[in-house]
Design a protein around this ligand. Structure first.
Ligand SMILES: Nc1ncnc2c1ncn2[C@@H]1O[C@H](COP(=O)(O)OP(=O)(O)OP(=O)(O)O)[C@@H](O)[C@H]1O
Ligand SMILES: [Mg+2]
Length: 356
């Protein structure tokens, strides 16, 4: 098993003329970590990855691997494995020759190449596919070959930029599982770029949320979901009911009463300097009688969405104000009727008060 590399960004930034693709960034990624970089299109994810690969020359700051400054090192000397969205296998080489390619470049002995290729094929569960051509493989199989090729020389660091982006949803979920297994078995540090929050959350030890060239927050997925630092992070990770705050009246015991843009008054805990109150749909109780909650409103169900394992109700509780409640569903769950009048409620502790 490879020892994963430590990766460090120190004041690293990239400008293209007037465009700041990456604002000066500090970040430490620990050996063996699966680290995801998540953010909307154009937020700077590929730019950050490119500075590690050596495709992007930073305008300022440094990149370090195991403490050594690699900022100016040519890409081919960095000993980094890479997997990208368009798997870019060599179309006229068999699967085995594709995987052998980086080993040939490194002039390894023939017998060792054969042994390593066989091992890499087993690792991505393509044992019987050595002599196939890329065109004879499915998208997921091609992506697994690309993964084997990137990992075959045991690099301590693997970079992946939307590697599953071209695959359909089911295949993507299978591959997420495989990548987790793969990471577990190789021990390399993985820096993984995606704009899919579910994908990042399902695989990463920690993740960074990027927005406009800056990292908004770094942490384990559950921490970012439960304690987002601002409304961008809250909105980007999963669903959230958001209420704009127009006035705050502090109360005892760390609570406040918030007057909101839609005219409702809400009780919540936390920072009196926040500008939005955010409640996750799974923390909203919906019932035919008023639930015993700090915040309680009646309204009409305007939409019902059945998803795997849950039901999402959209409830209009005031003009221009629809609250989403998500309820876990079982076989016997009674579904409340559309247009039915119901009550929704949540506790002050479940409301996050966040800056914009
Ligand atoms: N070579 C370039 N010249 C000028 N601007 C660039 C260049 N490469 C990237 N940019 C700009 O830098 C910003 C960040 O781009 P980047 O490719 O890092 O985004 P991203 O987060 O990877 O987006 P996506 O999810 O769409 O891949 C964007 O505004 C982009 O237009
Ligand atoms: Mg990109």
């Amino acid at each position: 098993m490879t020892r994963g590399a430590a990766l460090e960004f120190a004041g690293l930034g990239k400008r293209y003329g007037a465009i700041a693709a990456l604002l000066p960034t500090n970040l430490m990624i620990t050996p063996g970590e699966f680290f995801a970089v998540l953010g909307p299109s154009g937020s700077g994810k590929s730019t950050l990855l490119g500075t590690v690969a050596g495709f992007v020359a930073p305008s300022e700051g440094r990149v370090m691997i195991d403490g050594a400054d690699i900022t100016a090192m040519p890409p081919h000397r960095r000993n980094i494995g890479m997997v990208f969205q368009n798997y870019a296998l060599f179309p006229y080489l068999t699967v085995a020759r594709n995987i052998a390619f980086p080993l040939k470049m490194r002039r390894l002995p023939r017998a060792e190449i054969a042994a390593r290729v066989a091992r890499a094929l087993e690792m991505v569960r393509l044992g019987g596919f050595a002599d196939r051509m890329p065109a004879q493989l499915s998208g997921g199989q091609q992506q697994r070959v690309a993964l084997a090729r990137a990992a075959v020389y045991d690099p301590p660091l693997l970079l992946m930029d939307e590697p599953l982006g071209a695959l359909d949803k089911n295949l993507r979920e299978d591959m997420q599982e495989e990548l987790r297994q793969f990471h577990h078995s190789v021990g390399a540090t993985i820096l993984y770029v995606t704009h899919d929050q579910q994908e990042a959350a399902s695989m990463a030890d920690r993740m960074a949320i990027m927005n406009h060239g800056a990292i908004e927050q770094v942490g384990p997925p559950h921490e970012l979901y439960e304690r987002p630092r601002n409304s961008f992070v809250a909105r980007f990770l999963g669903e959230a009911n958001m209420f704009g705050i127009v006035r705050t009246d502090p109360l005892p015991a760390g609570r406040s009463r918030f007057a909101t843009e839609v005219g409702l008054e809400l009780l919540a805990c936390g920072s009196p300097t926040g500008t939005v109150v955010c409640i996750r749909p799974e923390n909203v109780t919906i019932a035919e009688t008023p639930p015993a909650r700090d915040n309680c409103f009646s309204g009409r169900i305007v939409d019902i969405v059945h998803a795997a394992g849950s039901i999402r109700y959209r409830v209009a509780i005031a003009p221009n104000c629809i609250v989403t409640a998500r309820v876990a569903s079982e076989r016997r769950t009674t579904v409340l009727p559309r247009d039915g009048v119901v009550h929704v409620g949540w506790d002050a502790e479940d409301a996050l008060v966040l800056p914009a």
